[in-house]
Design a protein around this ligand. Structure first.
Ligand SMILES: CC(C)(COP(=O)(O)OP(=O)(O)OC[C@H]1O[C@@H](n2cnc3c(N)ncnc32)[C@H](O)[C@@H]1OP(=O)(O)O)[C@@H](O)C(=O)NCCC(=O)NCCS
Length: 211
């Protein structure tokens, strides 16, 4: 795995503004081979063996819908599939988070075909009154069980610890979501406790940076 120059170290807000206002004709690069559908802006944050994780933009909306309009994905959240309006709100929420913190949920692009296959990244939140940074992952069902979510999550975790200097990340996993628990376990997280938000029960998985 390799990290590109971390743009957030300088000034997160400037970097986001740059990313969102960049001249895309000049700023896009196309990896060789594969389908030429999704262009990769020069804002790659994390590169793993098979994936590029880069910042999200509003232009990703249609490709993110391929994940979140899928009943198999949304079953994990006991929610109906997203329509375009819900997807737009979700993306905007993440863009606001990116703006505030300099990072958020990244788009995961599979190098072999240049497709957006997942969303994986960080989200500031509170568990009870304690501030936490959640590491989340959602992938297109056509790409499940190839180890991609684990690969992406490990990449984000390492980047969070090594580049952002975070000392701890958590994952909130609904107590029925076995695939997600398995991802957490494979990346070395441990189950800390059960936690409920309203009537939804979660396990809190966590991992701390080794000092
Ligand atoms: C959870 C999710 C991201 C995993 O993505 P993925 O790319 O398939 O993950 P990986 O291939 O890295 O690992 C999946 C592991 O779960 C296991 N798994 C899958 N379904 C399972 C099930 N029903 N019961 C037990 N284990 C299961 C797989 O066998 C694999 O483990 P293994 O490598 O030991 O065989 C994907 O299923 C998804 O997007 N689900 C819907 C959204 C979601 O639940 N997000 C997480 C919210 S907390």
């Amino acid at each position: 795995m390799s990290f590109t120059i971390n743009p957030f170290r300088m000034n997160p807000k400037d970097c986001l503004t740059n990313a969102l206002t960049a001249n895309h004709d000049q700023d896009l690069r196309q990896p060789s081979g594969g389908e030429k559908e999704i262009l990769l802006p020069e804002n790659t944050v994390i590169e793993t063996e098979r994936l590029i994780l880069r910042k999200m933009t509003i232009d990703d909306l249609d490709h993110l819908l391929l994940i979140f309009s899928d009943p198999k994905v949304m079953e994990s959240f006991n929610e109906p599939p997203f329509d375009r309006e819900k997807m737009e709100k979700w993306v905007q929420h993440n863009l606001d988070h990116q703006d505030r913190h300099g990072y958020g949920i990244f788009c995961a692009i599979l190098k072999e075909n240049n497709q957006l296959v997942g969303a994986c990244g960080l989200h500031h939140m509170k568990v009870d009154e304690t501030p936490e940074v959640e590491l989340g992952y959602d992938f297109r069902s056509a790409y499940w069980n190839r180890g991609l979510a684990t690969e992406a999550a490990k990449g984000v975790r390492d980047w969070a610890f090594d580049q952002l200097g975070l000392t701890r990340v958590i994952s909130l996993i609904r107590t029925h979501n076995k695939a997600s628990m398995r991802v957490a376990e494979k990346m070395g997280m441990v189950r800390e406790k059960e936690w409920a938000r309203g009537d939804i029960k979660y396990y809190v998985y966590s991992q701390s940076r080794e000092s």
